[in-house]
Design a binder for this molecule. Structure first.
Ligand code: DC
Length: 217
């Protein structure tokens, strides 16, 4: 099952809850791009330098844990689950995700994890590119102001609070980059169910998705 959509549409919350309810694993593909960004930052590489980023990949090992109650990601043996949630890494992840060699490198990683099924995977290009044969595909959307508000609340719970207008601008920039890149841009798959979560509670979104799942399975 795939859940794609822009930042702040509610993917992570919903994907984790669905996985728990269905007894599925949870794959956060954004965390893979964030892990690459973390490595790029740790090595002092310019994320816009495509060749330098590509050169880092062969010596990078990313490992994940997929239980929806406690998803984790580590880079070269170091748990970076919290460190990859900053605005800086969000921006860098969006930049490195437009590099073809990064997407190519992460493609088999994601497919290997998804091969056995029984997984709720969230990202940007899962229904269109990574798992085109997925049994159920969702695309979550929400108004920009709603998405900025959600992301802002998330960040104020951390030690790096950001101003709301700054968070909004970061999301606008990231959206623009994710939707306009040449390779696997953010777009709903033709066979995805699109749900606008702007005026829905988490429980209402889950209900809607469960109804679609029940009809398809
Ligand atoms: O979902 P997220 O905010 O953690 O994702 C971080 C960035 O990674 C996002 O701006 C674009 C990129 N990404 C991607 O290109 N493809 C995916 N399947 C998941 C994330």
């Amino acid at each position: 099952m795939t859940i794609d959509g822009p930042a702040g549409a509610g993917k992570s919350t919903v994907a984790k809850l669905l996985a728990q309810r269905l007894g599925f694993l949870y794959l956060d593909t954004g965390a893979l791009y964030r892990a690459v960004a973390w490595k790029v930052r740790a090595d002092g590489v310019d994320p816009a330098d495509r060749d330098a980023v590509a050169a880092l990949l062969p010596s990078t090992t990313i490992a994940m844990e997929y239980r929806p109650e406690r998803p984790r990601v580590s880079v070269d043996g170091r748990d970076v689950s919290e460190e990859i949630r900053t605005e800086e890494i969000s921006r860098m992840a969006s930049i490195v995700s437009a590099i073809p060699s990064v997407r190519e490198w992460l493609l088999p990683v994601q497919r290997r994890i998804g091969a056995a099924g029984g997984i709720v995977a969230e990202g940007r290009d899962l229904g269109t590119r990574v798992f085109p044969a997925a049994g159920v595909k969702f695309f979550l959307e929400a108004d920009m102001d709603v998405r900025a508000g959600r992301r802002h609340r998330e960040l104020t719970g951390t030690d790096r609070p950001a101003a709301l207008d700054q968070t909004r601008q970061e999301i606008v920039n990231r959206d623009e980059r994710d939707r306009s890149r040449d390779l696997a841009p953010l777009v709903p798959a033709a066979d995805a169910t699109v749900v606008d979560t702007s005026t829905l509670t988490v429980e209402q979104v889950i209900e809607r998705l469960m109804a679609v799942i029940a009809a398809k399975l």
